[in-house]
Design a protein around this ligand. Structure first.
Ligand SMILES: C[S@@+](CC[C@H](N)C(=O)[O-])C[C@H]1O[C@@H](n2cnc3c(N)ncnc32)[C@H](O)[C@@H]1O
Length: 290
């Protein structure tokens, strides 16, 4: 079998992916090619001759992506806050909008020495580990209730530690548990959460509707079940002046401020949009006095 130029393979892959409704066919084809070839996407050279075995591997991955399996589940990797984490089909693949929640959180504790940070609903641990990477002086706690997510987060935490980052602590816990991390009550400087927030029954793209764990995506009948628990949990854990950022769905930007207000514990609440100008997360601060 003769080697095939990379560009030819990429063109075929792009067509297959576009036909199956993948929204970024060229980018996905390049990511999969880079993964197969062990290269960075930016260094892919169109005329590079690709041996038959690698071309076959790429076609097989493209076929799976055309079946709408999430890209991260195929490459086994995702990037957030300048670090790579490992992901698998049992955990949520960190998304680009979460970069903004992370950046807001880091800026909120910029002037706090040795901040205590809690990442609720941590999944792969990406948010917590990105905080730990940016702030080696922070004490970072990551919480999830799902065993597969916890195994993934612990694996990623061990890998970051081997790369020299300060260790984080991964906890098994339910944000609805009023005793969760009770030892941190009133001591936390920053709570970050990207909880499941999609209302049950919502039709989603197959990447999320079929190929992500339901516990990572759906937040009860109105989508707010876990968000409500996050609000209560943060009200209990944060010190006066402590910061909270919650990622949520588009329509929830009008609802989450009301949930925060109802506790009587927060002020300075603001809604934020993501890189595509969609309403995506809400931030607030724990009042000095309840
Ligand atoms: C949308 S994923 C977010 C993962 C990660 N924070 C990220 O941005 O990539 C939501 C995560 O919340 C976890 N989860 C769902 N309900 C929970 C609960 N009641 N308590 C703790 N974790 C929960 C799921 O297991 C899943 O890992």
């Amino acid at each position: 079998m003769v080697d095939q130029p990379l560009e030819e393979l990429l063109r075929d892959a792009e067509r297959v992916l576009a036909d199956s409704g993948v929204w970024s066919p060229r980018e996905d084809a390049e990511t999969l090619a880079a993964h197969v070839l062990g290269l960075r996407e930016s260094t892919l050279e169109p005329r590079l001759p690709i041996p038959a075995a690698a071309a076959g591997e790429l076609r097989a991955l493209v076929a799976r992506r055309a079946g709408r399996i999430p890209l991260g589940h195929l490459t086994g990797r995702a990037r957030l806050g300048g670090i790579d984490v490992t992901v698998n089909e049992h955990v949520f693949v960190p998304r680009f909008p979460t970069e903004l929640l992370l950046a807001w959180g880091l800026s909120a504790v910029e002037k706090t020495e040795a901040p205590v940070v809690v990442d609720l609903c941590t999944g792969s641990g990406a948010v917590a580990l990105a905080v730990g990477h940016a702030r080696p002086d922070a004490a970072v706690h990551a919480v999830d209730l799902d065993e597969a997510a916890l195994a993934c987060a612990r694996g990623n935490a061990a890998a970051r530690e081997r790369d020299g980052d300060t260790p984080i602590t991964v906890h098994r816990g339910d944000v609805a548990d009023s005793a969760l991390l009770a030892g941190l009550d009133g001591r936390v400087d920053l709570v970050l959460a990207n909880p499941p927030y999609v209302p049950l029954g919502t039709r989603l793209l197959p990447e999320w509707g079929e190929h992500h764990p339901r516990t990572a995506v759906f937040g009860g009948a109105d989508g707010l079940e876990v968000i409500r628990a996050v609000v209560d949990c943060a009200a209990r854990m944060l010190r006066p002046g402590g910061a909270l950022a919650i990622e949520h769905g588009d329509a929830q930007i009008d609802v989450v401020p009301g949930l925060l207000h109802a506790t009587g514990q927060f002020s300075g609440t603001e809604g934020h949009h993501d890189q595509e100008n969609r309403p995506r997360y809400t931030t607030t601060f724990r009042k000095a006095q309840a």
